[in-house]
Design a protein around this ligand. Sequence first.
Ligand code: AMP
Ligand code: ZN
Length: 476
Amino acid sequence: MELRLYNTLTKEKQPFRPLDPARVRMYVCGPTVYDFAHIGNARPVIVFDVLFRLLRHVYGADHVTYVRNITDVDDKINARAARDFPDLPLNEAIRKVTEETEKQFHADVDALGCLRPSVEPRATEHIPEMRAIIEKLIDGGHAYVEQDHVLFAVASMKNYGRLARRSLDEMLAGARVDVAPYKRDAMDFVLWKPSKPGEPSWPSPGGIAVEGRPGWHLECSAMAWKHLGEQFDIHGGGIDLVFPHHENELAQTCCAFHHDRMANVWMHNGFLQVEGEKMSKSLGNFVTIRDLLATTTFGATKWHGAVLRLAMLMTHYRQPIDWTAERLAEVRKALAEWIDVAAGVKPSATVLPQESLDVLADDLNTPGVVAMLHAFHREAKSGNVEAAENLHNTLRFLGVWNGETADDIANYGLDASDLPSREEIESYIEARAAARAAKNWAESDRIRDELATKGIVLKDGKDADGKPMTTWKVAR
Ligand code: AMP
Ligand code: ZN
């Protein structure tokens, strides 16, 4: 097995060679915590969680460090804090917004089966590192102070733009940079800026007298440096981060530490789209993770986190995904069927089968693994125990099955719809069991038919001890 990853920097799939196999290091840009995350934001979290699992499998769980930051200083956070808590001092309001949003983010991605990263640094806890990087950049002639701002001098770096692979003109147009009076060159970007009254502020670097706050790109350079060092293996995020965010992170880190690279491999997931457009807050075409997991609106559908996760993995991470309810319904059906079969075996070894590993190691080919799940399921149904074990272990490895029953997946979220409640269904089943025990078949059938008109299908079978048992599912 050889792990191969597509590198945005070289535009090629390459064999992955960690700088130190005893300490494989990955950094992924995390959320800006001001509002609920939408399902598009979940894509990098899930994709890099699968990569984290794969790296742990290959190099050993203790030999992989995964850092995903929390951006807790940002204009959007300030605006949200002032809006939601107008009576609190701004800094207190900001703390409330960031703490609550962070908690919700964790609840959301836990439900999507994502492992917690090794470290989740907060930007505001890395101000000294940011100041240190700025001082290094000023000393090296890569940054300058102007009107209480510190700017990165793009012209001081000879190969600026090599990640985005764009000319300066294209970058200028793409970034819609404002030509602020404190910039020597329109492309120069902010490393540090003065804080407005009431905003979070820290003593400034570069001999600036007034207090200020960091630019967004600088935060990631500082946190990656602190937790992974000057150079590391993998840097990830969504494709929209390539420019300017990652280009600028790379510029800051390389120029501060005098290296020609920051991360060896840069990886970017494609967009999750709705009707061909990127899902985003600003377009308003978004649905939050929380809504998908726990909609309480009458008639709306909830989905088990495993269904959302599997739906995401059915597309290769670099391709766009079109997000539709029909697709989720298909995924739910398939996953419930697979679990039904996989739960019937207890594999002695709980390792990812080699065949699945080989496919996954080819640049995280999750749709390839999903095709294998279909094949394992087919063979398992015709009595192949090894195929059932492979199905079991591959589902577990992908994190799309954590011991739920098939019904847990298929029936998840029923209480959000106009279907009868679980309690109601159970009482129908009890009444029917009583009728059957009394050999009153007409009554038993009547109850079954009545439930069917309410959208619930009963299935008679036997439990593990051979006793009659009735299960139910939603007719879809
Ligand atoms: P943001 O909160 O916009 O900084 O996004 C957080 C992460 O989610 C970044 O890695 C983005 O690239 C990613 N992201 C945002 N929207 C989408 C989307 N529609 N599809 C895939 N990834 C996205
Ligand atoms: Zn970042």
